[in-house]
Write a protein that binds this ligand. Structure first.
Ligand code: OAD
Length: 240
C-alpha cells in the first residue's frame, strides 16, 4: 500500500474533493452494482428497469425493494471518518466537498455536511411528470404508486436513472469544487459511469493530486495514486 504520498497530501491539502461510490456502503450491508456480488452481475435484468422512461409501476416496485434494504442500513467506519475529516479540515480553514454517487443517504445520516448527492437520493420522491412540485422526503416502501398532490401524475424516487441528466445544481456545484481542488480522492467506485468517472480528469486538470481507494484495481487508472483495500479499513486509517 503506497500510503506515504497520500498522507502527506492529505495533511497539506486545503481544498479536498472526495467522490464516493457503492463500495463505501458495502460494510453497511448494501450491495455494490459491479464487482464481486454486484447487483448488475447477480440480477442483470434489474439494470434494465432503472432507465429513463421506465414504467411508473415497475420503478415503484424497485424503489420499494431498495427502500426496504436501506431501512436498517447504518453508516460505517468509512462514512464516520469522512465526517471527522471534514470537521478537521474546515476547522483549519480548508474546504471539503463530498460528491457521492450513492442514493442511500448514508453520508448525510453519518453527519457529513457539504454533500452533493450526484445521483439523487432514495430518501426523496418527486413528481414523475416534473410538474414543478418540489421533491419531498419520502421513505414509503409499500403500497400502490403514489400520485403527485399537485398534478396527479405518478410519483418516482428522486434519483437519476440511466440515460437521465444530472441535476443542474449538483452538476454545477460538483464542477465548481473540482475546479478548485488540490486533492481528489475517489473511494469505492468502479469509475465506469459518466460523468462522475471523468471527475478525476477535471481534478487533475485543476492541478490536484488524484487518488483511488478501491477494493479492485481498475483496468486503466488515470489516478496519480491507487490504494487497494476496503473503504471501511482504509478511510479511517488514511483520513485520520
Ligand atoms: P460500482 O458497483 O460500479 O463499483 C463499486 C466498486 O467498489 C467496485 O469497483 C468494487 O470493487 C468496489 N468495492 C466493493 N466493496 C468495497 C469495499 N468494501 N471497499 C472499497 N471498495 C469496494 O459502484 P459505483 O461506481 O458507485 O448509478 O457505480 C456508479 C453508478 O453506477 C451508481 O451510482 C449507479 C450505478 O449504475 C445510477 O444508478 C445512475
Amino acid at each position: 500500500m503506497t500510503t506515504v504520498p497520500f498522507l502527506k497530501r492529505a495533511r497539506e491539502a486545503h481544498k479536498v474533493v472526495v467522490l464516493t461510490g457503492a463500495g463505501v456502503s458495502v460494510a453497511s450491508g448494501l450491495k455494490p452494482y459491479r464487482g464481486p456480488g454486484g447487483l448488475w452481475t447477480t440480477n442483470s435484468e434489474l439494470a434494465s428497469r432503472v432507465v429513463a422512461g421506465v414504467d411508473a409501476e415497475i420503478l415503484w416496485t424497485v424503489t420499494c425493494d431498495w427502500r426496504k434494504e436501506l431501512a436498517n442500513a447504518q453508516p460505517n467506519a468509512a462514512h464516520s471518518a469522512l465526517v471527522a475529516f471534514e470537521r478537521n479540515l474546515t476547522t483549519r480553514g480548508g474546504a471539503f466537498t463530498l460528491i457521492t454517487q450513492n442514493v442511500d443517504g448514508l453520508h448525510t445520516k453519518a453527519g457529513s455536511l457539504n454533500v452533493i448527492e450526484f445521483h439523487g437520493t432514495l430518501k426523496r420522491s418527486r413528481c414523475a411528470a416534473a410538474c414543478g412540485a418540489a421533491p419531498y422526503i419520502d421513505e414509503r416502501d409499500e403500497g400502490p404508486v403514489p400520485t403527485c398532490e399537485r398534478c396527479g401524475a405518478p410519483v418516482r424516487p428522486d434519483i437519476v436513472l440511466f440515460n437521465e441528466v444530472i441535476g443542474a445544481h449538483e452538476d454545477w456545484t460538483a464542477k465548481r469544487a473540482l475546479r478548485d481542488a488540490d486533492l481528489f480522492v475517489a473511494i469505492g467506485t468502479s469509475g465506469t459511469v459518466s460523468p462522475a468517472s471523468n471527475f478525476v480528469r477535471s481534478a487533475a486538470y485543476a492541478g490536484a493530486h488524484t487518488v483511488l481507494m478501491n477494493l479492485e484495481a481498475p483496468d486503466s487508472a488515470p489516478f496519480t495514486e491507487v490504494i487497494r483495500g476496503e473503504a471501511q479499513t482504509l478511510v479511517p486509517e488514511l483520513f485520520a
